[in-house]
Design a protein around this ligand. Sequence first.
Ligand code: SIN
Ligand code: FE2
Length: 216
Amino acid sequence: MTQDLFGELSPELIREHLMEGAVVLRQFALADAEWLLNDIQRVTTQAPFRHMKTPGGHAMSAAMSCCGDQGWVTDTRGYRYQSEDPTSGQPWPAMPESFRNLAGKAAVAAGFEGFEPDACLINRYEPGAKMGLHQDKDEQDFSQPIVSVSLGLPQVFQFGGLKRNERPVRVPLAHGDVVVWGGPARLRYHGVLTLKAGDHPLTGVCRYNLTFRKAR
Ligand code: SIN
Ligand code: FE2
């Protein structure tokens, strides 16, 4: 803990450098976790979690929802951003203030000023769910970073190279951890290993991941 200018105790920022342009901010979202989880509940009451299909026709093991002006979707027609939820035909729920604030603060802490995400993908993993190595490349603006927030059960993140065959590093992510990657790391392959069974006091038997992007 450090004493700040106003005499209050504030938790020390734990920055773990991964590679150039990529950093893990340990427990960065911890103090906001309950707000974020409440807002996940609100957003997914409007735009319920669903298992989207890959272009190859397989259901993704992570359940997904979105909020913000743009939402990421996949179906047999491919991957893309769109402003409506395909399930309801309605616009995606607005991005909650708690989400926007946290994403901006995390980007600054990682060295990226002025991040204004217009899309947040919400992933929900239950034991057995995973996400294979992929690049986030459906956005129009690669000058902006990706901010990725972990809540609930721990899961191992894999952070690889700019080519799929480069061996990834494994980074265990816990409740409240935030990963930010941009600049030379923006198009690195990444994913998460299969979620192990567990029970978290705030989320029960799942992990949530919020992934903030500037899509347009
Ligand atoms: C993603 O790349 O969309 C999700 C990564 C994660 O769940 O940490
Ligand atoms: Fe991703």
